[in-house]
Design a protein around this ligand. Sequence first.
Ligand code: GDP
Ligand code: ADP
Length: 195
Amino acid sequence: MKHVVVISGAPGTGKTTVRNYLTDQYKMAKILTHTTRPKRLGEEDGRDYYFESEESFAQNHYLEFVDYDDKKYGSSVEGLHRAWEQNDWAVIVLDSQGACSYLEQMPAETLVLYLKTADQQKQLQRLESRGDSAALIKKRLASQEAQRDLKLPQALEQQAHSMVNDDWEQTKHFLAAWLTQVGWQPETTEESVGE
Ligand SMILES: Nc1nc2c(ncn2[C@@H]2O[C@H](COP(=O)(O)OP(=O)(O)O)[C@@H](O)[C@H]2O)c(=O)[nH]1
Ligand SMILES: Nc1ncnc2c1ncn2[C@@H]1O[C@H](COP(=O)(O)OP(=O)(O)O)[C@@H](O)[C@H]1O
């Protein structure tokens, strides 16, 4: 059975960090998405996002796409299928509108994880520690989309699993417990059979 873990939440709640942990530790396949926003310090094309111009963005086929803080973001069907070729469990970071689209289109496969922090001051500090400029942080947090995603949208209330990401050790325990609950199991590979 195929699964896709959709990680959603406001800026600075740790979506990317959790995504990377699930790919490293649980060997889930990462689904990269496309965006027209500029690269941040340390980000790489093809590793963090497919960074696109307005023209190149328009040439892809999207399962869903959104405008977020005046930039475009989209995920492709091809990306999802490529990930599922690697592993039955794939993971993607989406805004809450994207999470709703995935649930509508693939209700049986989609599991939504909504991240939050106990206080928003923490999110701000994290964005600063990531190296984002003060002006960009201010604009991003004031955007309609970030404001919307500060709270779990009503449409996701029944379907998303909410998780506080404050203390990283605790987050790892929460993730392990949730993944057991939703039926995650390590893939049996040829090498692991009979070990
Ligand atoms: N719907 C949708 N949202 C996306 C996609 N790719 C990224 N996002 C979301 O776009 C928002 C902005 O992402 P990003 O610029 O990396 O900022 P961050 O939230 O501060 O890390 C986040 O909520 C992401 O989850 C996509 O393909 N579709
Ligand atoms: N539990 C945590 N404790 C401390 N710092 C964290 C934690 N989770 C994430 N961070 C840090 O916060 C910053 C923002 O995290 P990131 O994963 O980029 O958030 P998002 O993708 O939701 O915007 C990064 O510098 C990351 O290393």
